[in-house]
Design a protein around this ligand. Structure first.
Ligand code: ACO
Length: 209
């Protein structure tokens, strides 16, 4: 019921190393918890408001229930929950969510990268791999991404991969305890010439080997 899942994608080589995407695992608890807690200050301004403190929400014991929701949603075909690895190390996550079939065939894409590894093209490579997978084996036609106006780094990532700005979603999401405006970015499959990964390679931002 979920074409294109499970899958391991890449590698795409960046200044940081080899970027790959692979499905989340139950044994990611410790890496997930450590990175999420260490990155509280850079993640909190952009992430949906959750219940409890950041430390409680990201305790290693919070991973198994989250993992099992992601796993069952992935089995049902509504989510693709990937870990971003750089040279085999857990460095962030990329999630494709709200996968809709039928006449729409769309989903949203979201991501985060460890603050110790930003600015080296990791997110851009990960999004390109995710886009090619969604428009290829998964069979989608459109990807949406919503970003707060102040999140310049994330907008730069989307623009580099070819996403277009479609409009402003006012008071769209409850983030860090307020209803925040978000810019809607989108990409449809016919806008990708060849593949998103090949476009990055041609522009000198990544390489296949
Ligand atoms: N102003 C303008 N551009 C900026 C800024 C800034 N303040 N900071 C960084 N950039 C640019 C960089 O120069 C780079 O572009 P360039 O290659 O043209 O120079 C780009 O932003 C970043 O590209 P990458 O290196 O591929 O991305 P990175 O691996 O650094 O990850 C990310 C970016 C994911 C936004 C990371 O900073 C992060 O995890 N932030 C916190 C969580 C977050 O914001 N996630 C995205 C939420 S929105 C969504 O998921 C759709």
């Amino acid at each position: 019921i979920n074409p294109g899942w499970p899958a391991t994608l890449g590698p795409l080589h960046t200044r940081a190393g080899a970027v790959t995407l692979r499905p989340v695992r139950l044994r990611d608890a410790r890496s997930w918890s450590e990175l999420r807690i260490r990155n509280q200050n850079t993640l909190l301004p952009w992430e949906p408001t959750g219940a409890g403190t950041w430390a409680e929400r990201h305790h290693p014991s919070a991973w198994p229930p989250l993992y099992s929701v992601l796993r069952s949603e992935a089995k049902r075909g509504t989510v693709l929950p990937f870990v971003i690895e750089v040279d085999g190390d857990y460095t962030g996550q990329l999630t494709v969510g709200n996968i809709q079939r039928g006449a729409v065939r769309s989903a949203w894409i979201g991501y985060w990268v460890d603050a110790g590894h930003v600015g080296q093209g990791i997110a851009t490579a990960a999004v390109a791999l995710g886009v090619d997978h969604c428009f290829g084996p998964v069979g989608l036609h459109r990807l949406d991404a919503t970003v707060q106006p102040a999140n310049a780094a994330s907008q730069a990532v989307l623009t580099k991969v070819g996403f277009r700005r479609e409009g402003l979603l006012e008071r769209y999401m409850d983030v860090n305890r307020s209803w925040r405006d978000h810019i809607l970015f989108a990409l449809t499959s016919e806008e990708v010439v060849g593949s998103a990964a090949a476009t990055l390679v041609r522009s000198g931002r990544a390489s296949f080997h």
